[in-house]
Design a binder for this molecule. Structure first.
Ligand SMILES: Cc1ncc(COP(=O)(O)O)c(C=O)c1O
Length: 412
């Protein structure tokens, strides 16, 4: 395993004594470690922090996206518009469904969906737009909200990178109908390595999500007329009252839509989430300081820094810049940075070109801005609260050396 001088830290938030104490308190309480009070408290605090009407905790953002897709109740022939520059989980729940997915292009100044391209991709069959707040910037979200409202389609925000991000003073995950959040180990805060949240406006949707995330089947139960008789189950020895849930003696199951997903967040994980949420601002402030230093140094080198638009708060989950110079070979530059001990993880290979999406018609050339960014211009650098300003300076110097080497070779 390579040891990097500037690694991509595996823990995006680190662990403090307070985190350990919060988790230990739950573990040693003797109480239930699932379905307990910590999850409800975490949901309340997350909703308060983001200004969301409702928050529903789940086991990952992948699961949040799956549940968001389920509540949309998409039907064969429906269409969804999404971004190619995202982790594959954003569009994955759409793969197994008989719907058409249209990849719109991105805006090269934000790396998020370009609202104009989304507008072009909408058709009378469009039911939803799935956007990703790439790197922690909710680029274009105000326009996307206006656009989707006008078109009468749902807006789903993939907020995996966006804990702490806002636009116009309003948090990510509250612009659309549903926000999907991640507390994976790398993210700005984590719930013991895995975890997720959904934020929603509508109380009915929140109830439906709670039903879907449960261990019980997603089913309709009807109250039985005579609760203590077993009716159609017979009158012999009563079955153990665990058939589906506690209502096995009082209700009949009229229709099962699917088995229970059991996608809940465990209580010790929620306790960790609550503790980390309390220090979110200081975690982001540290990320911000490093990002600002990188921005300042890289501007001097003549590359394209991604400027945060006026009125937006960046959550600085990922750091990215773009090459403008046609002569610079991005892959060679990345190899130079790796040789200098800087871990570079490029994010993300365009989703429409992944094999599973190519099989469904994804072709090169359909989203030229995203493809140009990915194949030629994008460079991601490590960014985490563990890094200091001197690390940022080292990285900028290494980028400067790598650019200079190529520029000199081009002249020679
Ligand atoms: C944009 C995006 N969406 C979704 C996910 C999935 O999150 P999780 O690991 O919580 O399932 C990730 C994870 O890295 C992500 O970066």
């Amino acid at each position: 395993m390579t040891t990097y001088r500037i690694p991509q830290h595996g823990q995006g938030s680190g662990v403090t004594e307070e985190d350990l104490a919060a988790v230990t308190a739950v573990l040693t309480s003797g109480g239930h470690l699932s379905d307990g009070a910590e999850v409800a408290r975490f949901e309340e605090e997350f909703a308060r922090r983001t200004g969301a009407a409702h928050a529903v905790a789940v086991s990952s953002c992948t699961m949040a996206l799956e549940l968001a897709t389920r509540v949309l109740e998409l039907e064969p022939g429906d269409e969804v518009v999404t971004t190619p520059l995202t982790f594959q989980a954003t569009a994955a729940p759409l793969l197994g469904r008989d719907v058409t997915v249209r990849f719109a292009d991105i805006d090269a100044t934000t790396l998020c969906l370009d609202p104009a391209s989304v507008a072009d991709a909408l058709t009378p069959r469009t039911r939803a737009v799935f956007t990703t707040h790439y790197g922690g910037l909710c680029g274009g979200v105000e326009e996307l909200r206006a656009l989707t409202e006008r078109a009468g389609v749902a807006l789903v925000e993939d907020c995996a990178h966006a804990i702490g991000a806002s636009a116009g003073g309003r948090s990510a995950g509250t612009w659309g109908d549903i926000g999907c959040w991640s507390f994976h180990s790398l993210k700005n805060i984590s719930t013991l390595g895995q975890g997720g949240m959904l934020t929603v406006r509508d109380a009915g949707v929140a109830d439906r999500l709670r039903a879907l995330r449960a261990i019980n089947p997603d089913a309709e139960f009807v109250r039985r007329g005579k609760p203590l008789e077993f009716g159609r189950y017979g009158t012999g020895t009563p079955p153990r009252p665990v058939t589906h849930e506690k209502n096995a003696y009082t209700h009949d199951c009229a229709r099962i839509r699917s088995g229970g997903l059991n996608a809940q967040l465990a209580d010790p994980a929620a306790a960790m989430g609550r503790s980390q949420l309390r220090r979110l601002d200081s975690l982001i402030a540290r990320r911000h300081a490093v990002a600002e230093r990188l921005d300042a140094g890289l501007r001097e080198l003549g590359v394209q820094v991604l400027e945060t638009p006026e009125g937006y708060a960046h959550a600085h989950h990922l750091y990215a810049f773009l090459l403008r110079d046609e002569e610079i070979d991005r892959d060679e530059l990345v190899r130079d940075l790796e040789r200098e001990g800087i871990e570079v993880v490029l994010r993300y290979f365009p989703v429409h070109l992944l094999p599973e999406w190519r099989r469904r018609g994804g072709v090169f050339g359909s989203v030229p801005v995203a493809e140009d960014v990915w194949f030629r211009r994008l460079v991601n650098l490590p960014l985490s609260p563990q890094l200091g300003l001197h690390d940022a300076d080292y990285v900028v110097e290494a980028v400067g050396r790598a650019l200079a080497r190529q520029r000199v070779e081009a002249v020679a």
